[in-house]
Write a protein that binds this ligand. Sequence first.
Ligand code: ADP
Ligand code: TRP
Length: 321
Amino acid sequence: MRILTGLQPSGRLHVGNYFGAIKPAIDAQGEGDGYYFIADYHAMTTTHDPATLRENVRGVAIDFLACGFDPSRGVFFKQSAVPEVNELAWVLSTVCPMGLLERCHSYKDKIAKGISANHALFAYPALMAADILLYDSNIVPVGDDQKQHLEVTRDLVGKVNEQYGEGTLVMPKARIREGVAKVPGLNGEKMSKSYDNTLPIFGDEKPNKKLIMRIQTDSAAVEEPKPTENSVILALYQLFAGESEYKQMISDYENGGCGYGDFKKRLAEAYWDYFSPMRARREELIANPDEVDSVLAAGAEKAREEASKVIDRVRKAVGLI
Ligand code: ADP
Ligand code: TRP
């Protein structure tokens, strides 16, 4: 069984990305044959500055490895290291009705946000389908927001196989991460870089802890019991603390006698400790850029080898060879 997922190189990772995407991807290692790539071609739909693109791609590679991805148990590569993906995207485009792309929410949302419409942004789902189909992927773990893109991918497989013969492409399945609760941001809304409410995974201790100390709370006095419902402090603490520490905080909320400042301090400590091994690993990787390069190079070689089998099959099926 082949599991494949793509990571957007979109700047500094936050705690929501970690629990919503990075950790589930790393946890899925070993479940099957894992393919993970950095979607740098996709990033070009919105990033036109070469230095920024390079920096973001490098950043996500380092962070993903630092978070625990084990290159001996999976393939990790840059999307653009296998340019055949564009050829497959083209083939898919030739059977893709305009209406299928016109209906995509992600495209409409981006336009509504003021991102200018370009062809690549519109064709994004066809390239994403090619990412998946180029490796005969079976399972694609993604967030809820990508569900529709997986439906487009499945539609395109149906069309290609109908036109060019069953077995030309393998039908993939989405694995929607529904079990993963949305991580709240520092203001209580969903944590997202668009809402300016994020807690970064990496970065310096003082400013990051300060973000936690600035979480808004009600004005209950120290001795009063505090509401546990919708508490951002508790929701985040649960992600970082052990079960008994979490239960202790719940009972301290319910019994009164502890102030919010104390809860925030406990949260800040638990957060800092949680990512401590990953920070250390990240420092090592920053000091050894060759290690990151060699992981990506080995991944690219393996991915390209797999891709060449599929693209050959497709070229024959459509009549290019
Ligand atoms: P952002 O909302 O900050 O722009 P992205 O859309 O780049 O984040 O998300 C990248 C991945 O991280 C997606 O798979 C998404 O499902 C996951 N993710 C982002 N924010 C959260 C969150 N607050 N809780 C859970 N998962 C999240
Ligand atoms: N579109 C995905 C996102 O925004 C990233 C992505 C690109 C992807 N290609 C993919 C995810 C293929 C899964 C499979 O998060």
